[in-house]
Design a protein around this ligand. Structure first.
Ligand SMILES: Nc1nc2[nH]cnc2c(=O)[nH]1
Ligand SMILES: [Zn+2]
Length: 491
């Protein structure tokens, strides 16, 4: 198939779904979120007003009169929009169904978009042979833009359908295909960080760049993304040295200088696999540790995401702490390609920001809900070894990692992660009783919002959230919103 240039995909300026104005919308019903690690906050009988830019304009809880006229007068009283009139207000009331609620959109802080066709295909491999056998051959085919368009469209639609409203993507080394991933994300309305992968050593001959090629393609992709979305309200570039092994010292140094100059986001892999660590520390003997390679090259900051971080020493953990670098915990991948069990409680107790990553296709699932479940289970495997119960992650911990934790790691907690005035409305409408739902809820388990004391209902509802975590899936997602815009609608 002939490969086309990116311009051929969007000959005229694309009209991204995110840019048209939306209705001023008031959502009324139950909202659940975890703004603080380990703490579930349930907002019942609550109205959230979302303005025409998708920003949460007000939150009013405890409204028992849910008539349209009452919700409209509450909106007019609480809205900060000057010229709002009642005719412009759209009301979405989900309170009639006690199994429906809004939850913040999931944030996947580490996903390889081009590896998507390989989800589930990893055999008995471990990291270094997995890269050679499965990964590099697939990624190298992204010179073909028709192929790239097909895969990238699917990745975005699929992850949005699983409630991922923000994704931090690794693309490939190819400029055009990386630009295309950014364009498609903008077009389909997913908030994203798009990283053109940098690799100028230890890579196959047909899938490698020279340092000059890498510098040029990195700048071209940054420029493209900035040109497409100058405000950065939906897509942003992210510097992406694949991992230390793929980059020469010169390239890492150049990337670090660029990062500082442009205050860019950065993402890479760190301390994933014992053989990888041994190989890299031998390759870079002038550094104290794997983490020190990134530190000395100015790649670590509060806008840096480090995937895996499984086998860190105390000194390395302290480097993350003092540089405020964030961690993407990828338990599905770490189990599948047998990399190990990251010590998440230890990182959290040292004030390191932690989030979740699917790491497709090291991980086999595009669902952050499933990764959250795996994070909880892997923490219990750790306890079976260490006998330290404190390592256990609770469901509220993993809900936090899946939402607010992701926002913190990506440095966008002023935009998304929970329901708060001034943040963007990035949310999922969950229906625990959706058609074909895998969750069985019996009458006595309903929260009975209208009959029980509120705290009893909240307790029952918290149990239902656990059922969602362990038995739910994308069939329970009815709608997904990014920047207040409805990007997925199943009903
Ligand atoms: N999990 C994972 N680890 C890596 N280390 C270097 N490249 C990769 C990759 O594609 N996936
Ligand atoms: Zn990865």
């Amino acid at each position: 198939m002939p490969s086309r240039t990116n311009a051929a995909f969007f000959p005229e300026k694309i009209d991204p779904i995110c840019h048209a104005k939306i209705d001023y919308t008031v959502y009324y019903g139950t909202f659940a979120h975890t703004p603080i690690l380990g703490e579930l906050d349930i907002l019942a009988f609550t109205a959230i007003g979302v303005d025409q830019d998708g920003t949460i304009d007000f939150i009013v809880p405890k409204i028992t009169d849910n008539s349209i006229s009452n919700l409209i007068s509450i909106t007019l009283e609480n809205s900060t929009c000057k010229n709002l009139i009642k005719e412009d207000i759209k009301i979405i009331n989900i309170s009639d169904d006690e199994n429906k609620f809004f939850f913040p959109g999931f944030i996947d802080t580490h996903i390889h978009a081009p590896q998507f066709p390989n989800n589930g295909i990893f055999g008995n491999s471990t990291l270094l042979d997995w890269l050679e056998v499965y990964t590099f051959p697939l990624e190298s085919s992204f010179t073909n833009l028709d192929f790239a368009s097909q895969i990238y469209t699917k990745v975005i639609q699929r992850t949005l359908g699983y409630g991922t409203t923000t994704a931090s993507y690794y693309a490939t080394i190819h400029t055009d295909a990386s630009n295309l991933l950014a364009d498609l994300s903008l077009k389909l309305g997913q908030r994203s960080f798009v990283g053109k992968v940098c690799m100028n050593q230890n890579s196959p001959d047909h899938y490698i760049e020279t340092i000059e090629e890498c510098k040029n393609s990195t700048i071209q992709v940054i420029d493209h993304i900035k040109e497409r979305n100058p405000s950065g309200d939906l897509i942003n570039p992210v510097l992406t040295p694949r991992f230390a092994a793929s980059c020469t010292d010169d390239l890492l140094k150049w990337l670090g200088e660029l990062r500082k100059k442009g205050d860019y986001h950065c993402q890479t892999h760190l301390s994933e696999n014992h053989r990888e660590i041994e190989w890299i520390t031998k390759m870079f003997p002038q550094y104290q540790s794997y983490t020190d390679i990134y530190l000395q090259n100015n790649l670590l900051s509060s806008k840096t995401t480090l995937a895996h971080c499984i086998h860190l020493s105390d000194d390395e953990m302290n480097i993350l702490k003092y540089t405020k670098s964030g961690v993407s915990h990828c338990p599905t991948s770490n189990s599948s390609i047998t990399s190990g069990e990251a010590r998440i409680r230890w990182l959290l107790e040292n004030n390191i920001s932690v989030s979740l990553g699917t790491d497709c296709s090291g991980g086999f699932t595009p669902s952050i809900l499933e990764v959250a479940k795996h994070a909880l289970l892997v923490s219990r495997h750790l306890v079976m070894k260490t006998k330290d119960d404190n390592e256990k992650l609770t469901s509220n911990d993993v809900f936090y990692l899946a939402t607010m934790g992701g926002a913190k790691v990506l440095n966008i907690e002023d935009k998304v992660g929970c329901f708060k005035k001034g943040l963007k409305f990035d949310a999922q409408l969950i229906n625990l009783n959706a058609k074909d739902s895998n969750i069985d809820i019996f009458e006595f388990q309903n929260p009975m919002w209208n009959t029980l004391p509120i705290n009893d209902s909240k307790k029952k509802f918290a149990d239902l959230l656990d059922k969602w975590l362990f038995n739910g899936d994308n069939r329970n997602i009815e709608k997904v919103y990014v920047n207040g815009r409805n990007v997925i609608s199943k009903v």
